[in-house]
Design a protein around this ligand. Sequence first.
Ligand code: TYD
Length: 206
Amino acid sequence: MLITFEGLDYSGKSTQVQLLADRLTLQDHHVLVLREPGGTDIGEKIRKMLLDKNNDGMTEASELFLFSASRSQLIQEVVRPALDGGMVVICDRYYDSTTAYQGFGRGIPLEVINAINKYATGGLVPDVTFFLDIPIREIEKRMHSAKKNKDRMESNSIEFYERVRNGFLQIAKTESRYCVIDGLQPIDDLHELIWQHITDTLMTQK
Ligand code: TYD
């Protein structure tokens, strides 16, 4: 089973990924947690290039190809073998991030994005995708209070983030695998909603 989490930066995805992984593990599932970009030797090198603020001259096409290159490595080297071995794979971001950030955010035509996504993943579609939705003003607040140096992707404008959020909501409308969750709820409540959805999905897959 392939479960993916999507959301804007600071949406709280990583916390929910870990809580879900821990609970599935307690129930004797073999769980593998991954994050994009990265997760392989080549992918981690690509990640550094993508997030390095010195690379402010990176073209939109290079950005698209680099995210997709990292993903291709991850699918072939790690995800496919894990799924074949019966593991539950939880991925913190997957190709919907490319559609939302590079497609809706940067404005690269969606037919280009869709073709590259399909090629990079070999057509591997998640079973379930959680989108943790939070308003942009909350992202701004969280970014301020995090006080860490922003990476290249976090240095985008508010308008960019609005387009990305809108992009995720558009994708959610057309994909039945989507579960959109109000990310402003307390951490434990979010986890319970996610857990309920996963147990329902696991039941129907049996
Ligand atoms: P990361 O530090 O992993 O952020 P987060 O914890 O929010 O996932 O950085 C990944 C950044 O790259 C994030 O800003 C989203 C962006 N991104 C894309 O623009 N396209 C993609 O295909 C992926 C996977 C990520």
